[in-house]
Structure formats: C-alpha cells, structure tokens
Design a protein around this ligand. Sequence first.
Ligand code: FES
Length: 196
Amino acid sequence: MQCPKQTRRSLLLTTLGTGAFLTAGKFAAAQEDQPGSDVRPQKGDLLVRAEPEHAGKIITPGDLQLGEPPLSAWPKDPKTSVIRNGSRLNEILVIRLDPGEMDEQTRSRSPDGIVAYSAICTHAGCSVTGWLKSETGDKDVLKCFCHNSEFNPREGAQVVFGPAPRRLPALPLAIVDGSLTVAAGFVGKVGAQQPG
Ligand code: FES
C-alpha cells in the first residue's frame, strides 16, 4: 500500500526497493549455497548496491550525495567476495545526511554524515522503501508504506510516526583507505520483533 502523499523521490526509492527485492531473489538463487551469504554484516564488510542496474557495484562515499534518497545495499565479505544477500534481514539503506542535524550517537557511527540502517521494518517486517517528508515535521524521513511507520535517520532511526515499536537497527560505518566499510554489526535486533 502506498501513501497518497508519496513523492517522486519516494516513488523512485520504492522502485529501487522493489528492484532490490527482485535482485535479492536473483542473487539468493545464485548464491544460496555460498557460505556466509546469510550471515549478518560483519566488521570490515564492504557495501554493494542492490538495484538491478547497479547490482554488486561497491558503494563509495562519492556515490552518496547530500539530499539524495537512500541507496539499497547488501554487505559483501571482502575476503570471499560473497555478497550477503541470502537473507533479506541483511537489506540495508545507506544515505548521506548533514552531520550537524544528527544527534551525537548517530554522528559517532556515521563517517562524513553517511549512515546505514536495516531496511526491515520493526513493525511487521516489510521493506522500508520511502524517503519523504514526515507526517510530524518538515524533514524527509525513512518510511514503511505497509502501515506508514516513519523513522528519523538523524536520530538513530527512532520512530516518529506510525505503529512500529522500535527504531530501525543502525549499522555503524567507517571509511577505511577511502572505502566505505562496516565498523560493527547491527545495533539492535533486526526484523519484526517485540520490544524488550
Ligand atoms: S510493517 Fe512497516 S509499518 Fe507495518
């Protein structure tokens, strides 16, 4: 279900998200027997794009521009080259934001304003695909169109609207030798689970 207020940018992200889901199926079929493809993101993993037209391309800091919607991504083990797309719980959204608008904790895990979060809604597990102005403010937020939950990526993806019980888990990042890498595993449980 899509919100009537959906914008062109959110439509674009929705398209990308749908593409990511389709890509997930294709990659999963191709890599389902590869060890590590369903392991959660690990420290040192790279991030690769999930959209069909860019699938597998490594994401660099230069690919992320302030004001643009998030990119859909998967983690990739740099040692084995296995893309960890064997589980949709590894879906990631990565976006560049203004560090000056972030709370301290979010800024601490977001090199150059680049943040990453799980793309799986904590309400009922839909993919979070929207990037549009919040129902409760004038900033763009991450939105799940299944039941209209909204998450503020500047404040640890806390819930700002809708029924989601928990924030989206953050994925701390680092820039190492110019490459965007995972600095630590997800902060919090991924997927639709009860709080606590
Ligand atoms: S599954 Fe996302 S708001 Fe319900």
